[in-house]
Ligand binder design. Structure first.
Ligand code: SAM
Length: 428
């Protein structure tokens, strides 16, 4: 790919894009990775909604010749961008996410644990679990789970508490984190939730569901550790620095690259990251677990319509059809703008940013989030290099949602993603 070639030269500083006639992005089938899933090259250590294929990030970093210094992902989810960075040769990573489960998965993927030690401790844990000794708890994590009996059978509850107690005996933080991820998958799998959905729905025939919790945990643990050792650990020895938490203001560091995929819209009407992660977040004592989706981008009600730049006409058009939905969409763009502006000072001159976004539909109107991102960066000392359009064939998310907000009325939401590439100005 040649920089700036085929780039649609829109002036994102001007409010000049006409509603419905815009066709953002240049098709580039190289980034489609048709037929490839996450597990093709990097089996995930824990399920997560709307993950990015690390192959995409790796290709971007190579094509745009990004400096191999450091990388920031401000909405890191399960940490796919770090895997891309690692493959490319970056050794210093910083990531943020408001979802505690996301932080755990990201950390697990890029924290080095020595193989023999890990395998020994795994055996020790499994032996302890199968010994089924008496335990005494300081506090019972079941008490954290809202409506616990509705979601988990009494029998499974007992087994889960025992397994968790054994995991807590391991005092090495990185090791404990890996074990907790296997536990988290188990918690969800043995609960009455329908397993192939991200939202929480109880299965119809829950009374006859009697999983063997120990067996499920052992299987999850073995598979997670195998994937960690086969696909991630061999590349982790070289990592120099790693910071992943929930508070972006915690770093004063400057970055040469951002590689990220922010949410497509508010969690309520797009992807419910909080709901997906509820059980483990509650189990571990995260008090905001049930309210997490409303804390994420676009989760709070806006009082005014978003009436700036490229998004103005679109929001106005939605407002003619449904004022509540227009306010919901506005809330997301107010938050996204604020969040992106908060990143500007953390990027070095000539630093590159890659935002992989989806242009969701609200009331049948496709919102040009890609153009919005480019516009916000261009108003803040960046130039737009390119927007690449790629087919979504492999994202782990529902491709349909209910833009009408009425159950059962579905429409295609997205079949493309846009990769917005911008670079910070060099003042001469
Ligand atoms: C599309 S997902 C990122 C997926 C990630 N690229 C991966 O491959 O796993 C978007 C993430 O943004 C997080 N998020 C939403 N609002 C946020 C906010 N205001 N600050 C930080 N993270 C946020 C969500 O928790 C979610 O993990």
């Amino acid at each position: 790919m040649t920089l700036l070639q085929n780039t649609p030269h829109k002036d994102y500083n001007q409010d000049s894009i006409t509603l419905f006639t815009q066709d953002s992005g240049v098709d580039n089938s190289k980034y489609d990775f048709l037929g490839q899933s996450y597990s093709t090259l990097y089996p995930n250590l824990h399920k997560y909604p709307a993950t990015m294929l690390p192959q995409i990030g790796l290709e971007l970093l190579k094509d745009f010749k990004v400096k191999k210094t450091n990388l920031l992902d401000p909405y890191c989810g399960s940490g796919s961008s770090f895997v891309s960075g690692l493959e490319y040769g970056i050794k210093d990573f910083v990531g943020f996410d408001l979802n505690p489960l996301a932080i755990r998965i990201s950390k697990a993927k890029i924290t080095f644990i020595e193989s023999n030690y890990l395998l020994q401790e795994k055996q020790k844990l499994l032996r302890q679990i199968h010994a089924q000794t008496q335990i005494s708890l300081n506090s019972n994590p079941l008490a954290n789970i809202t409506n616990c009996d509705f979601w988990i059978s009494k029998e499974s509850q007992k087994d889960l508490v025992y397994i968790f107690f054994c995991i807590m005996q391991c005092k090495n933080e990185a090791l404990q984190n890996l074990f907790i991820l296997a536990f988290s998958e188990t918690l969800r799998e043995v609960s009455y939730t329908r397993n192939n959905e991200f939202k929480l729905f109880r299965m119809k025939d829950y009374e006859s569901y009697k999983p063997d919790v120990y067996e499920v945990f052992s299987k999850n643990l073995e598979s997670l550790i195998k994937n960690y050792l086969d696909f991630y650990q061999p590349k982790l020895r070289e990592i120099k620095s790693l910071l992943i938490n929930s508070n972006f203001k915690a770093t004063k560091q400057k970055f040469d690259s951002i590689l990220t995929s922010p949410p497509y819209g508010d969690s309520k009407t797009t992807v419910a990251y909080g709901q997906f992660s509820t059980f483990i977040n509650e189990w571990l004592g995260f008090r905001e677990a049930r309210r997490l989706d409303s804390k994420l981008m676009g989760g709070k009600k806006a009082k005014n319509l978003y009436q700036k730049g490229v998004m103005r006409e679109y929001i106005t058009e939605i407002n003619k059809k449904d004022s509540k939905r227009a306010l919901e969409a506005s809330s997301f763009y107010f938050d996204l703008q604020k969040s992106v502006e908060g990143l500007i000072d953390s990027i070095n001159t000539q630093g590159k940013v890659f935002f992989i976004v989806g242009n969701r539909k609200v009331k049948g109107i496709e919102l040009p989030t890609d153009a919005f991102i480019a516009e916000v960066f261009c108003q803040n000392s960046f130039r737009h290099l390119e927007t690449i359009k790629r087919k979504i064939s492999n994202k782990s998310m529902p491709l349909k949602n209910s833009p009408t907000n009425r159950a059962g009325i579905l429409s295609d939401t997205m079949s493309y993603e846009y990769i917005v590439v911008c670079e910070k100005f060099k003042f001469t």
